[in-house]
Ligand binder design. Structure first.
Ligand code: SAH
Length: 351
């Protein structure tokens, strides 16, 4: 059995079933999640006999690191291969005061955002709890001291709120077993309404980030073709309900696309949606994706867009780009290593 993905009580139960003392389960949880062990032979406080027994009956099954690229700024992109050959990407982002991981929740993505490399590659399958937590454990092992990541963002490949069982279980493992504070975990969604509601009911103190990208329906539906049944006002209502249930402010992500959603008019509409309740806007200058029919935002347009929001009293930050030279920047992950299929890309009318 693969022991990655089991929590302490799951490991205790598993060990007991095999005639061992329950506390062995706690020790193993400690080795896997706190100390970052990748093999039973590293678990020094277990007897040789037990290590051998585990080695025959159980496995610590990690995806294979098939490629590692390190950017000039220290950002590391791992290309991981699953047992069935599916490939995903995970990004390690070291900062002076924190260590962030950008994890994938699915192989590919079905949301088809027209400006996103993963969206243009299509959906393969959900990742298991073990496959998601393994990304964080592998990132931990990348560090010289095997430092535990301090922050985790579900902003890699996939839509986390279409894989809620496994994503929620992974959040619990990160928090309960690895000691990552809820406030340092961000779940980013394209706006899956029932997923937002399920997450709200958990009452976790993590950050919900909702990808808005446009303050009005027509443009939003063009940018995110799968969002056609969801209106901007549905999204705002779901976000407000989330705030009401959790007491946490919501972040709106807004990928800024030159000449598409960066006009002063759009900024004013966005400000109107955000005014008067606890939310925050994170402006993400678009990272170039080869084959996508967009342009980056001009610095003056971005400055003006941001200034309009600020003047309206909206809390706003701007995403700092990292890892772009190894295509590890936000939205550039596309592990399938296939050329982007050009058919189906809707050329956008300029607004
Ligand atoms: N499915 C989730 C997580 C996706 S990735 C969601 O849609 O939120 C996290 C963020 O990166 C999303 O806001 C997504 O729109 C954004 N993104 C995608 N491609 C991008 C690109 N090329 N440049 C900048 N941001 C991008």
């Amino acid at each position: 059995m693969n022991l990655i993905g089991l929590n302490t009580s799951g490991l205790e139960a598993h060990l007991k079933e095999h005639g061992e003392a329950a506390f062995r389960g706690r020790q193993i949880a400690d080795w896997i999640y706190k100390k970052g062990a990748a093999d039973f032979s590293e678990m020094k406080n277990l007897s040789g006999a037990l290590r051998e027994k585990l080695g025959t009956a159980d496995v610590l099954d990690f995806p294979r690191i098939s490629k590692r690229t390190v950017a000039g700024d220290g950002t590391t992109k791992l290309l991981l291969e699953m047992n069935d050959g599916e490939r995903i990407e995970t990004v390690r982002l070291p900062y002076p005061d924190r260590l962030s991981v950008c994890v994938s929740s699915q192989a590919g993505c079905a949301m088809a955002c027209q400006f996103c490399a993963t969206g243009l590659s299509g959906f393969r399958r959900n990742l298991s709890t073990a496959e998601i937590i393994a990304q964080i454990l592998l990132v931990k092992r990348e560090g010289a001291q095997k430092e535990t990541p301090t922050h985790v963002v579900f902003m890699g490949m996939g839509e986390p709120l279409l894989n809620t069982d496994n994503v929620f279980r992974t959040v619990e493992l990160m928090h309960d077993e690895m000691g990552i504070p809820m406030r340092h975990i961000t779940v980013s969604t394209v706006g899956i309404l029932n997923g937002i509601e399920k997450l709200a009911q958990k009452k976790w103190q993590l950050t919900l980030a909702v990808s808005l990208h446009a303050p009005e329906d027509a443009l939003r539906h063009e940018l995110i073709p799968t969002s056609r049944k969801t209106s901007v006002s549905d999204i705002i209502a779901a976000a407000k309900s989330y705030v009401g249930q959790t007491g946490r402010r919501v972040t709106f992500e807004y990928v800024v696309l030159g000449g598409v959603n960066d006009s002063p008019k759009m900024a004013r509409e966005l400000a109107r949606l955000c005014r008067g309740w606890p939310c925050h806007v994170n402006l993400i200058p678009w990272n170039d994706v080869p084959g996508a029919a967009f342009a980056g935002v001009k610095p003056e347009a971005l400055r003006e867009f941001r200034a309009i929001l600020e003047r309206a009293g909206i809390s706003v930050t701007q995403r700092v780009q990292r890892g772009a030279d190894v295509a590890a920047a936000c939205g550039q992950l596309r592990a399938l290593n296939e050329p982007i299929v050009r058919e189906g890309i809707i050329p956008l009318s300029v607004v």
